[in-house]
Design a protein around this ligand. Structure first.
Ligand code: ADP
Ligand code: MG
Ligand code: MG
Length: 254
């Protein structure tokens, strides 16, 4: 079973000629087959955690460790992270001009699997995955994220997730900006991947809404750059009723 281990992670960014510490000691372990939700107010550093895991150059790890099955993730290039089985879906996905969804998926699958998928089975795999996510077949010929609606971006993420079958998936605000129908389709995709038992999921979200469709095994409250409380699914209900106020006194912004 693959295990992602984050230990005492501190991350800084350069802003206004000053170094600002955003993550202040994050500890978290996610195993294949588990679903974790990280929930917290805006500005608490949730996306910074996702960027640091993705190896974004703007986010400097000043101390702490991240390992996947004991291998140092922070030493890996972005490609190596994907090959090691880490999948990261960002809150604001970037456009990839001139690269179609179809090419992008095949290139990604080739990188992750170490060989190009056989064309005939691959075309079928993609078509079926798109059907499950109610994605129009014409979508495959569009350029990645160019002019995509919020819902299309998120469906595209889940399409990648289903096709790439990572060991650990980090999904940053996969629920934001989705209407109820899109939220259901996206959640069903996450649940399908989960049922395989082969993917560990870290679901980062501001809203409790998605947790009506995806039941996490573990819920963590994130505030002011750290996990301040962890519990079972019942913690999400408490947050839905009481908000984050109890966790943000004397610090984090909303
Ligand atoms: P969340 O995802 O929980 O809303 P973020 O990780 O996006 O929080 O942001 C946490 C804090 O770090 C915010 O105060 C934000 O302004 C700051 N921050 C994040 N990224 C950058 C950056 N690239 N440059 C400057 N400040 C940043
Ligand atoms: Mg935010
Ligand atoms: Mg965010």
């Amino acid at each position: 079973m693959a295990t992602l281990e984050i230990r005492d992670l501190h991350v800084t960014v350069e802003a206004d000629n000053a170094t600002k510490e955003i993550l202040k000691g994050v500890d978290l372990t996610v195993k294949q087959g588990e679903t974790h939700a990280i929930m917290g107010p805006n500005g608490s550093g949730k996306s910074t955690l996702a960027y640091a895991l993705a190896g974004h150059p703007k986010y400097t790890v000043s101390s702490g460790t991240v390992t996947l099955d004991g291998e140092d993730v922070l030493e890996m290039s972005v490609d190596e992270r994907a090959r090691a089985g880490l999948f990261l879906a960002m809150q604001y996905p970037v456009e990839v001009p001139g690269v179609s969804v179809s090419n992008f998926l095949r290139t990604s699958a080739t990188a992750v699997r170490g060989e190009a998928p056989k064309l005939r089975t691959w075309v079928k795999e993609v078509r079926e995955a798109m059907e499950r996510l109610s994605i129009d077949p014409a979508f495959a010929e569009r350029n990645v994220n160019e002019g995509f609606s919020g819902g299309e971006k998120k469906r595209h993420e889940i399409l990648q997730l289903e096709l790439l079958k990572p060991k650990i998936a980090v999904l940053d605000e996969t629920d934001s900006g989705l209407d109820v129908d899109a939220l259901r389709v996206v959640s069903e995709g996450v649940n399908r991947v989960r049922e395989s038992g082969e993917v560990g999921t870290l679901l980062i979200t501001h809203y409790t809404r998605i947790l009506r469709y995806i039941k996490p095994d573990h819920v963590h409250v994130f505030a002011n750059g750290r996990i301040v409380e962890s519990g079972g699914p019942e913690l999400a209900d408490t947050l839905e009723n009481e908000g984050y106020e109890a966790y943000t006194k004397g610090g984090a912004s909303e």
